[in-house]
Design a protein. Structure first.
Length: 209
């Protein structure tokens, strides 16, 4: 069974309170989402392997540790996942970026794929799938499936907020994928939105309705 990592760092929780606030406008919302994504990325990458190298300081040689040649792929689920992408790339600027386009049918609440473009060497990369809201879990389950169909195996899911229903769906469909979230909320409402949540992340990021 996949693990759920709730990242309760004080800075993340502080910023998340402003992200949730209905009074926070698109500019501040985008900046806060990017900042929280950067902070979450510290935890998502915690188990990256290291190797020792020798470097020359201004005074003497020193044995130091560097990341051991790991290739990383960042894959946002469109469109809301775009808001978290730049925050991760600040830490891992050499990561390649793929994109998965999935929308939720408003009647059935089921995911519908309309786009999928991944790095050609996806099978060789540690992959971070990002979507701010893990609600019903449909988009995340579908996105992970698309990645696996194209050869991706080492996948982690990063979200801002999750509902218990979404976590259960991902764990049932993809028990090998760990989930990293800033908060797990109470439930879904009848429209499939997380309560209390933060509303529609895509609309709040881009100022749409």
């Amino acid at each position: 069974m996949s693990k759920v990592h709730i990242i309760d760092h004080p800075l993340i929780q502080h910023k998340l309170s402003f992200i949730r606030n209905v009074e926070t406008g698109p500019k501040d919302f985008r900046e806060l989402v990017e900042e929280v994504a950067t902070l979450l990325a510290y935890e998502v990458t915690r188990d990256m392997p290291l190797e020792e190298v020798t470097i020359q300081t201004p005074l003497a040689p020193a044995r130091c540790k560097v990341i051991s040649g790991k290739k990383v792929g960042v894959i946002p689920i469109l469109r809301a996942g775009l808001g978290m992408t730049s925050g991760i790339l600040k830490l891992i600027p050499t990561a390649k970026v793929g994109h998965i386009g999935v929308y939720r049918d408003p009647e059935t609440l089921k995911p519908v794929e309309y786009y999928c473009k991944l790095p050609p060497d996806v099978a060789e990369r540690d992959l971070i799938l990002i979507d701010p809201m893990l609600a019903t879990g449909g988009s995340a389950v579908a996105g992970i499936g698309f990645i696996k169909q194209r050869g991706g195996r080492n996948i982690k899911l990063m979200c801002l907020i999750a509902a218990p229903e979404g976590i259960a769906a991902v764990q049932a469909a993809h028990p090998d994928v760990d989930i990293y979230v800033a908060a797990v909320d109470e439930r879904l409402n009848s429209h499939g939105y997380i309560v209390p949540g933060l509303g529609d992340a895509g609309d709040r990021l881009f100022g749409t309705k």
